[in-house]
Design a protein around this ligand. Structure first.
Ligand code: MN
Length: 227
C-alpha cells in the first residue's frame, strides 16, 4: 500500500537524455572558481586551494530552449556556461581512478547567478543560496551518455550572437575525476546527481529579451531566452 502524502508529491525534476528518455535529477552540485581566469575576474587568487562546492535545488533545472523568467530580487543576473556531469552510479569516497565509471554522460548548463546577491553574501560571510539556488537557475541540455572522458574541448557562450565566454575544458583547475573524488568525500553521490563543473572567464549580465547560446565541443548547444 503506497504511503499517503499530506499534499500531492511534487513532480520529479529531470533533463533529457540524448537518444531518448530523461535523467531524473536528485541533486545539483556546483563547483566554484574552477578556472583560473574566472577566479581572477572575481577578485580571487586562483591558487590550487581545495575545490569548494555549493548546491542548487533539483527543481531549478530548465530544459534548453525554454524561456527563463528574469528572477526577482536582483539587478545583476549573470550567465556562467558550464560542463555538466550526470552521475549514473552513486558512492562515497570514490577514487579518481574509479570516478568516470560513475558517470552516465555529459551536458551543457548555465549556472545562472544573482551576482549582486552573491557579492553581498561574500562580504557578509553569508550563504550563497539566494544568489545561486533560485527557481529556473540551472538550465541544462540533454545528457550525452558516453564513457569517454571530457577533459578538453572548447566551451563558449554568446549573448544575442556576441561571444562573451570562450575557453577550453582543459583549463579547469580540478578535473572531472578530481571533482567527483573530493565531492564524494563530503556527500554520498547518487544516481541522478548533476555536477556543474565551474565556468571560465567572461561572465556578465543578462537582460530581459536576451537570447543566450552556449556549448561544449562534442556536446549539445544550450539555448534560452530571458523573458
Ligand atoms: Mn558556476
Amino acid at each position: 500500500m503506497p504511503a499517503t502524502f499530506a499534499v500531492p508529491p511534487p513532480p520529479i525534476p529531470s533533463v533529457p537524455v540524448a537518444g531518448g528518455g530523461r535523467f531524473p535529477v536528485h541533486r545539483i552540485y556546483c563547483i566554484g572558481r574552477n578556472y583560473a581566469a574566472h577566479a581572477r575576474e572575481m577578485g580571487m587568487d586562483p591558487g590550487r586551494e581545495p575545490p569548494f562546492f555549493f548546491m542548487k535545488p533539483a527543481d531549478a533545472v530548465v530544459d534548453s530552449g525554454a524561456d527563463v523568467p528574469y528572477p526577482p530580487m536582483t539587478a545583476n543576473l549573470h550567465h556562467e556556461i558550464e560542463l555538466v556531469v550526470a552521475i549514473a552510479r552513486g558512492g562515497s569516497s570514490i577514487s579518481e581512478a574509479d570516478a568516470l565509471g560513475h558517470v552516465l554522460g555529459y551536458g551543457v548548463g548555465i549556472d545562472l547567478t544573482r551576482r549582486d546577491l552573491q557579492s553581498q553574501a561574500r562580504e557578509a560571510g553569508r550563504p550563497w543560496d539566494v544568489a545561486k539556488g533560485f527557481d529556473h537557475s540551472a538550465p541544462c541540455t540533454a545528457i550525452h551518455p558516453q564513457a569517454r572522458a571530457v577533459d578538453r574541448g572548447a566551451i563558449w557562450l554568446k549573448v544575442n550572437g556576441q561571444e562573451r565566454q570562450r575557453s577550453d575544458i582543459s583549463q579547469m583547475i580540478w578535473s572531472v575525476p578530481e571533482q567527483i573524488a573530493v565531492l564524494s568525500r563530503y556527500f554520498m553521490l547518487q544516481a541522478g546527481d548533476l555536477i556543474f563543473t565551474g565556468t571560465p572567464e567572461g561572465v556578465g549580465p543578462l537582460a530581459r529579451g536576451d537570447r543566450v547560446a552556449g556549448g561544449v565541443e562534442g556536446l549539445d548547444e544550450i539555448q534560452l531566452s530571458i523573458v
